[in-house]
Ligand binder design. Structure first.
Ligand code: PAF
Length: 285
């Protein structure tokens, strides 16, 4: 396993391996089975896989969130050693390597960034776009793998690829869940034990919302979600939306559902001091 900390290092590792297809899994570390499923998909589809571990400061609108984001490099490398092959590489740059000077680029994703995470975490997707374009320039992957848990990020990255004319093919990978349905996330390890014990409520509530969406009106579904989350000790709802997966337009009335679109229930909440997001597709049949 090649571990590089510099741009010239990772580029050097990859030069000898092209024209083999390169699959890229960008991460912020604190790896879990969800990340490993992305790495396994990259390995399945590509002769060379690159995993980056970089806690990107520009996508944190909250300094405290950035400071407490888990950093577990040794454990991450141990996990990766179990799955990756000789030619695969890990890229772990320092902040100065990626941002030798301030990145002043401003991206415009229209409505995609005006809802949900975009509204609640101003600047977040601009930071994601900054780091993803930089990492794509460095790694020059053929494929890049993103988890569906970050539903809105996936839509933004697809739009970024469209806007920049990038040749990278974006592969979306399913959410991996714990046995109680909690979506795997690096932030889960920050949950206090009492909160973690009750965190299955998120998956249960999403299931109920997806079921209700087949026949009930949106305000009724929203009320149910609010009640379910806010009545669980230590949990408080930040937002709940039902949106389509292309334009992310929030549905406010059942008459706005169109058979040809795919719709998702999206949720963000506080679980104790930790902010979590999750989503679930609705089958409207
Ligand atoms: O999903 C993440 O972990 C991050 O947003 C990403 C894509 C690695 C960019 O920092």
């Amino acid at each position: 396993m090649n571990v590089s900390r510099t741009i010239s290092g990772i580029r050097g590792d990859l030069t000898g391996l092209r024209p083999k297809h390169v699959g890229f899994v960008p991460t912020m570390g604190a790896l879990h089975e969800g990340h490993i499923s992305l790495v396994e998909k990259a390995i399945e589809l590509c002769p060379v896989a690159v995993v980056s571990i970089f806690v990107n400061p520009t996508q944190f609108n909250d300094k405290e969130d950035l400071n407490k984001y888990p950093r577990t490099e040794d454990a991450d490398l141990d996990l990766l050693r179990k799955v990756i092959r000789e030619d695969d590489a890990v890229f772990i740059p320092e902040v100065e390597e990626i941002y030798p000077s301030e990145d002043k680029r401003v991206f415009n994703f229209g409505n995609l960034e005006k809802v949900m995470e975009g509204l609640h975490r101003p600047g977040h997707f601009n930071g994601v776009a900054q780091v993803v374009t930089k990492l794509f320039d460095i790694v020059e992957p053929d494929y890049a793998f993103f988890g569906q848990k970050d539903f809105q990020q996936l839509a933004i990255v697809k739009e970024l690829v469209r806007q920049t004319g990038s040749k990278v093919k974006i592969i979306s990978c399913p959410i991996i869940r714990e046995s109680d349905g909690l979506a795997m996330s690096s932030r889960n390890r920050l949950l206090e034990p009492e909160i973690r014990k009750n965190a299955g409520i998120i998956f249960r509530t999403l299931n109920q919302a997806a079921e209700l969406a087949k026949e009930r009106e949106i305000p009724e579904i929203r009320k149910h979600v609010e009640r379910s989350i806010n009545s669980t000790s230590g949990f408080s709802l930040e937002y709940f939306e039902i949106v389509d997966d292309k334009q992310l337009l929030p549905v406010t009335d059942r008459s706005q559902f169109h058979k040809e679109n795919n719709y998702f229930c999206c949720i963000a909440l506080r679980a104790g001091k930790i902010r979590l997001i999750d989503n679930m597709e609705i089958s409207l049949l």
